[in-house]
Ligand binder design. Structure first.
Ligand SMILES: [Zn+2]
Length: 147
């Protein structure tokens, strides 16, 4: 499990039985999505039914954690207390299915080094949440991705 240097302010997710695998997978270093056991479709956001074949035979499964940057913005504005500016808000497409997109932050490089199509991998930021914790998936460049 990895964490980032400077955890920015977070609005924490509400963990439910349906999305717990996603928010707590980072404890095991795993990015997890619900996946249909019949057709292998990845279901995100997590609902209990496959959008392709309407099967309810779905279960959490870890993916590689690799993704690519679909789009991003560099935030220079202090909208909320917390994060060091500037920081990168990005939408990444996961390697297993580019239609599965996550809104996240790109960490581990300078904001101006981020580009569309950059190969990234998940890192998790642990955040205390009541009695337990959640693990926020963030992404950093894979080795050699920074130009
Ligand atoms: Zn299915």
């Amino acid at each position: 499990m990895s964490t980032t240097d400077a955890p920015p302010f977070r609005v924490l997710p509400r963990v439910t039985d349906q999305n717990r695998h996603f928010w707590e997978g980072g404890e095991h270093g795993e990015l997890r999505f619900l996946r249909c056991r019949k057709c292998a479709t990845i279901i995100h956001p997590p609902v209990g039914v496959c959008p392709r074949d309407h099967s309810t035979d779905v279960a959490p499964e870890a993916v590689s954690g690799r993704a690519s940057v679909a789009t991003y913005t560099i935030n220079h504005q202090p909208w909320m207390p917390g994060p060091d500016l500037p920081y990168v808000v990005a939408i990444v497409e996961i390697e297993e299915d580019p239609t599965v997109r996550l809104t996240t932050n790109i960490v581990g490089c300078r904001p101006e080094e981020v580009f569309i199509g950059m190969s990234v991998e998940v890192v998790f930021e642990e955040q205390p949440d009541g009695e337990g914790a959640v693990w926020i998936p963030l992404f950093r460049p894979v080795e050699g991705a920074v130009r």
